[in-house]
Design a protein around this ligand. Sequence first.
Ligand code: PEP
Length: 268
Amino acid sequence: MGRKFFVGGNWKCNGTTEEVKKIVNTLNDGQVPSQDVVEVVVSPPYVFIPLVKSLLRPDFHVAAQNVWVKKGGAYTGEISAEILVNLEVPWVIIGHSERRLILGESNEVMFFLPYLSFWVVIIVPEKFVGDKVAYALSQGLKVIACVGETLEQREARSTLDVVAAQTKAIADRISNWDDIVLAYEPVWAIGTGKVATPAQAQEVHSELRKWLHTNVSADVAAKTRIIYGGSVNGANSKELAAQPDVDGFLVGGASLKPEFIDIIKAAE
Ligand code: PEP
């Protein structure tokens, strides 16, 4: 199908200058397949991005972990797509479950306020994950867009409905999928050590691809990389990577360790 394997390392809110240098040294020394076989992106905390860029091997690239939803300006504490472009940061992660669940980002954020005898619905567009993806793409960034269900949603057998709704929120706002990698990250697998089985990952990836085929186009379904995230490590990555619709990984905890190199090697 010609989808190049993609491995992203999400360092989250971790690291000191010394630790960051150590991780980069380990990555720089790692023997990995060529760029023709695998695309590797690491995502340090914002403040370490210039340092990482200055030290990192040229065949690996950097991603931001988040971006502001629209043009920058008077938004204290935020980082805009324009700033990322200026700093030559090519990728950004959007819609990570930690941002959706802890910081309240969602497909749609609605407030219901009583007004006279009516309920008034107020939608907060700044928090729309789809809007973030659309704006980041419009500025020339490439996006790792995350979707995934909670344990309760899986147990209620609504996994496919949840990931379809999250994907639709993005699809509704964009017209070009060339610069998107879709990351399926079941929330119950993130940072828990409870990895999805290869069959569970393959089932959701295959359904997401079918969703893209039906709702976007056959071409987008065939070309879009769908990567898996959730407790991937050096030991389980090979079997997951063997699934036909698993096109790579988004890795949290293990991306801070030397085994990230083994995960990249799962591309072979
Ligand atoms: C993540 O945060 O995207 C992730 C997949 O984390 P972990 O690999 O630690 O489960």
